[in-house]
Design a protein around this ligand. Structure first.
Ligand code: MN
Length: 474
């Protein structure tokens, strides 16, 4: 009961503060903070975030002060509202988008540091942006274009980086419909037509697959996945507008109980239909950089339809849809012994630095002594950010070498390294990686790990992997 009361109080305060203010649509201003609050609530965020969401525009637009918020709702809420406000002013102070985010990926860190390293600030900001996009029609056309463009270039990639799939799709599609309305309509119709023409076959396929999975006693849920307009646009651009190269217009998602069932289901599908060669992607064994996990396979059905299947567990699905917000929710739920002792890590290892940042930020807010200046320096000082040739960013401790990078990508990549290209040039495995390097690992299935590599490895993570591989060979 006491919890609900805090939220009600926040709503009352915000309502009073925004009284007499209106949005461009003519709606009372309070409809916006309330909608943002509802969004973070739906994402499963904690109470402080929900309260901060409803208060997020009060500092900037009303007479309420940070001290008022601190007095009534505590340090945490005040910290979050302050972060959202600062993020807003940091942005409007930038001359243009290019100086704001030259590379979205590395700027996630910059944004986090700018906001005091609390990911919840970004989550509120994303919810704020989502609602502004949903209500974009009320703004004049030039503003629409500007906000839409920024959303495509900054916020949708940010959502992707945090693996918030559902959010990314919604943001990108709304934004694209303003950036290029004609193309948007064209592609949307195309997807609709395609799906309509495929409907009969899809029903048949669903039935066949359901029965086959049932025979193997695999428990599952199956649903169709509609391709987003913007991702089709991007794919077509990549493939010279050739529709023949788009294999995932129709996709079916199969959600099963555990990883074993994922592979069993894959086998069942391949026994029914012919898999297309080179189109099986195992993101379970090798998750995407943002932590996304799933098995994708494209098959050709008996009546020559091309269908993509995406197979994953419930947890993977939840994480793919809600991403970091989902992890946050789990972490909130599981602030138990296991979590505290590090036995449960809901974030994929490549995103763990976010929790590190959060933990330090939490320490700071709890009044524990940390020299902020020193800390921020250190955050940058002992980490380097390097890129894969595809542009994924990998953070490594300073002093890391190519093999550390390889083992960080995947232990199997590490195991088969034959060489490395740094910024396009063949380089020595002893070369220390520098911030911003593009690192391409060359592998060969015939080569395996050597004991002499210990000298060419900096991180404990890679050493452990190498040790395990050497032991296995004996
Ligand atoms: Mn707002």
């Amino acid at each position: 009961m006491k919890q609900k009361k805090r939220i009600e109080d926040a709503i009352a305060l915000a309502t009073k503060a925004h009284e007499g203010q209106f949005r461009k649509s003519g709606d009372p201003y309070i409809t916006h903070p309330l909608a943002v609050m509802k969004i973070v609530e739906d994402w499963g965020m904690d109470e402080d975030t929900i309260i901060a969401a409803v208060l997020h525009d009060t500092i900037e637009d009303t007479s309420i002060t940070l001290q008022d918020i601190k007095d009534q709702f505590g340090e945490q809420v005040a910290f979050l509202v302050d972060g959202v406000t600062k993020l807003g002013s940091a942005r409007s102070g930038m001359r243009d988008l290019d100086t704001y985010l030259p590379q979205t990926k590395s700027n996630l860190l910059r944004l986090l540091v700018a906001t005091g390293a609390d990911i919840r600030v970004l989550i509120i900001k994303l919810a704020d942006r989502l609602h502004n996009l949903r209500t974009l029609s009320a703004l004049p056309p030039d503003k629409q274009k500007k906000i839409a463009k920024e959303s495509l270039e900054v916020f949708a990639p940010l959502a992707d980086r945090l693996n918030m799939g559902r959010l990314r799709v919604e943001m990108a599609d709304i934004a694209f419909s303003y950036v290029d309305p004609k193309r948007y309509e064209e592609l949307r119709n195309l997807i609709e037509e395609y799906n309509a023409s495929a409907e009969k076959t899809m029903q048949k396929i669903r039935k066949e697959v359901s029965e086959a999975l049932g025979r193997e006693k695999i428990k599952f849920q199956m649903s169709g996945r509609v391709k987003s307009v913007y991702s089709l646009h991007r794919k077509l651009a990549k493939h010279n507008q050739n529709m023949g190269e788009i294999y995932d217009l129709t996709a079916l998602r199969i959600i099963v109980n555990d990883i074993t069932d994922c592979y069993l289901a894959l086998g069942v599908i391949h026994s029914l239909y012919m898999p297309m060669s080179g189109r099986i992607k195992d993101y379970i064994a090798m998750p995407k950089q943002n932590g996304y996990q799933s098995i994708h396979t494209t098959v050709i059905t008996k009546d020559k339809r091309i269908v993509e299947f995406q197979i994953r567990t419930k947890e993977m699905h939840e994480y793919a849809e809600r991403g970091l917000a989902a992890s946050f929710y789990y972490n909130e739920q599981k602030l138990t012994e296991n979590y505290k002792t590090g036995k449960i890590q809901h974030l994929p290892t490549n995103l763990l630095w976010i929790t590190e940042l959060q933990d330090t930020a939490a320490k700071l807010r709890a009044g524990k002594k940390v020299d902020i200046k020193k800390l921020r320096l250190n955050l940058f000082a002992d980490k380097i950010f390097v890129y894969t040739p595809k542009g994924d960013i990998i953070d490594l401790p300073k002093g890391s070498l190519p093999l550390d990078f390889a083992y960080r990508l995947h232990s199997e990549i590490g195991e088969h390294v034959i060489g490395v290209k740094i910024n396009g040039k063949i380089s020595n495995l002893n070369t220390k990686l520098k911030h911003g390097d593009v690192v391409e690992i060359m592998t060969s299935k015939n080569k395996t790990a050597k004991a002499s590599w210990f000298d060419k490895i900096f991180t404990t993570h890679a050493k452990q992997k190498l040790r395990a591989q050497l032991n296995n060979e004996k």
